[in-house]
Design a protein around this ligand. Sequence first.
Ligand code: NAD
Ligand code: MG
Length: 397
Amino acid sequence: MTLEKPQPRRLTILGSTGSIGVNTLDVVNQLGGREAFEIGALTGNGNIELLAEQARTMGAKLAVTADESQYMTLKDALAGSGVDVAAGRSGLEEAASLDADWVMAAIVGTAGLGPTLTAAARGADIALANKECLVSAGQLFVEAVKAGGGRLIPVDSEHSAIFQCLDNSQRPALERIILTASGGPFRTFTREQMAGVTAATARTHPNWSMGLKISIGSASMFNKALEMVEAKHLFEVAPEQIEVVVHPQSIVHSMVGYSDGSVIAQLGAPDMRTAIGYALTYPKRPALNVDRLDFNKLSRLDFEAPDETRFPALRLARTALTRGGLQAAIMNAAEETAFNAFIEERIGFLDMADIVEKVMDRLIDCGAAGTIAEVFTADAEARQVAGEIIAAHEKTA
Ligand code: NAD
Ligand code: MG
């Protein structure tokens, strides 16, 4: 019997210092580390110490900080290591251009779109955590991956779940996809209670440990709004086929419903490493050291309808999907701008959705997304309009 030796593959992690990035390296190490994989590029932003340590430990070819002012600090930290160093937007492009055959897209926000498109264009398999790529560029992003010849493998837990449950040979019988949402830390709050919350309380997610933006997005349910748009493009379903159900325990990660009434679900402990591992070894399943569900101890699984009055983000996602064109890119850019203003304590928690809605309405005649350049233009315009609305809001507050 010959033991099958895993093929070394070259991996790049865009956003290796973040929550998804760190979990990705954990999975890589569980599956053999640098003996089993070659590490192309690792990228970060402000956390130079962690980036340098990751690059040294993994023997990366290239380490990149998005923050140009940190170039020398990173270079000093990696002196004598044999790791190449770059910085800024051109550095990120260099990282994405390296010949890794699998790229984890785990930069947060629209900052990830350019480098992820570069990796897609040269045919890398894209493990997509950075949902903002799909929300803003939509079908153009899907087409870019297809044109490059690589695969697009979802990492977002809900979309990984659907990817695992969706049998493409049964496509004609596909009726609906059901995204689960934990409901976040304010699931039972009234709007009056939500009005006074701070970023510190909004970021405390009950089940998942994640980066700041997605944690706040879970509290406002803007994360689910982005995921609805993400689902539409990933699975090529109509907006009416996308349902959201609140499931506070985060055990059922999402479901697919068929025309015979069957619903297929994927369950697991709330641990992103399962979805990351699946994206890394797809179509095989890896052996991972993550918690197993103990059904004898699971006392209950609850489900409830989302409340779109308390969480207007879901209604805004439907509006963006119905209006189509560049509206989702506008929603995404406005949300990122409003999120930044919220964590800087310039606006309140509930103001985020108000601002996003105003920006979407103001730019209602934005038209279709014909090219990626038009997506970037709409993104910039939405940020500018959001900035003006935030500034006006501050004057009256
Ligand atoms: P994070 O904030 O923990 O990490 C973000 C990464 O991006 C870091 O490496 C950071 O250095 C880098 N970065 C930040 N700003 C940058 C910029 N301007 N240019 C280049 N790089 C920059 O975020 P995260 O929670 O790991 O999330 C990453 C992405 O994955 C997001 O799109 C998020 O929605 C998605 N996602 C995360 C989780 C999770 O459990 N954390 C789950 C599903 C999807
Ligand atoms: Mg998710």
